[in-house]
Design a protein around this ligand. Structure first.
Ligand code: TRP
Length: 346
């Protein structure tokens, strides 16, 4: 007996990135810097699949008359942020029905105890769990199917999705084990931005910028025009002190920290570099500079979104072509899964 286990053979498939955003509300600066810009960067480095998570969106009520347009808006935001349909595969989740099929099989792999631990369900269902949709509960299982159907190896997500990635890894491991298919599914890794890079509310430096915040002044929407962007920056909550010299001091002032972080992210610099320029200066100087930068970087994104949305047929053609490419990868995975499970005709 040796005390070292034989090295498990590693997953040998290609590296692939997958992520998605739900079409359940307007996108804001936090989504742009935390997700969209990152997706656009990754498409140059690695095979990238980015979808609109409309199956996930209907876990809470969505107006049928609005849903397709909401899906186009997310697609327009992807394109406006620089995702290129010639590089990345961009598609609506519901246009690839294999996601739902694999999700069912995974519902029979995942254990109730695993889902009972999911903190996002507890938050989203609140006090009235028994009135939530069953889909809201099994949401993370569908997410595992989204990821594993493309055998994605890297998944850019926010900190709040880390637990869903762990569940995805557990489902992959149990499927591979139960169906005696070692390394059939990879163990996907989350690509998570550091907590310091999170974009917080403009009204409260301790809350994440969110589309569900009742105050529109808490966030900069991607569709805000130049005047609105500048107004929101100038109205952002701050403290009366000038900006500090060090990151340690900055960290004790959540609102100041957030605005410096936004400046840094928009300018492609570090917070330390921004402080080097603005230490000792008050918000009377810093806010107009930030407003100018935000308008310069974001107003053209909103402008591109509006131009794209004026031609829905073009967006639809891009989504249809993306869905076709996605199905070319998803369908063979599901065909193999059907064989492994032992279904008739597989
Ligand atoms: N749950 C993710 C979110 O709310 C969206 C999502 C659905 C997703 N399926 C995914 C993200 C698969 C990454 C991979 O942010």
């Amino acid at each position: 007996m040796t005390d070292t286990a034989p090295a498990a053979p590693a997953y040998a498939g290609p590296a692939r990135v997958l992520s998605g955003v739900q079409p359940s509300g307007a996108l804001h600066l936090g989504n742009y810097l935390g997700a969209l810009v990152k997706f656009a960067r990754l498409q140059h480095e690695i095979d990238t699949f980015i979808f609109v998570a409309d199956l996930h969106a209907i876990t809470v009520w969505q107006e049928p008359a609005a849903l397709a347009q909401q899906t186009r808006e997310i697609a327009a935001a992807y394109l406006a942020a620089g995702l290129d349909p010639a590089k990345a595969t961009i598609f609506p989740q519901s246009a690839v029905p294999e996601h739902a099929e694999l999700a069912w099989i995974f519902q029979c792999v995942a254990r109730l105890g695993w889902l009972d631990r999911m903190t996002q369900f507890k938050e989203k269902s609140g006090k009235h769990k028994e009135r939530s949709s069953v889909g809201l509960y099994t949401y993370p299982v569908l997410q595992a199917a989204d990821i594993l159907i493309y055998k994605a190896t890297q998944v850019p997500v926010g900190e709040d999705q880390k637990q869903h990635l762990e569940l995805t890894r557990d489902i992959a491991a149990k499927f591979n084990h139960d169906f005696a298919a070692p390394n059939f599914f990879p163990q996907p890794e989350p690509l998570i931005q550091g907590p310091g890079a999170r974009i917080m509310s403009l009204r409260d430096g301790s809350a994440k910028m969110s589309k569900s915040d009742p105050s529109d002044y808490s966030r900069i929407n991607l569709t805000d025009d130049a005047d609105m962007i500048a107004t929101k920056v100038k109205k952002a909550r701050t403290d009366p002190e000038p900006l500090p010299e060090t990151l340690e001091e900055l960290a004790t002032r959540p609102e100041a920290d957030n605005l410096v972080g936004i400046f840094a992210a928009l300018d492609g610099r570090t917070k330390a570099q921004v402080l080097a320029d603005y230490a000792g200066k008050g918000f009377g100087t810093f806010k107009p500079a930030l407003a100018e930068l935000a308008v310069e970087k974001l107003a053209p994104v909103g402008e591109r979104m509006r131009t794209l949305l004026a031609d829905p047929a073009q967006i639809d053609a891009i989504l249809a072509a993306g869905a076709q490419r996605a199905r070319e990868v998803a369908a063979p995975t599901v065909a193999e899964v059907r064989k492994l499970v032992g279904f008739w005709g597989a």
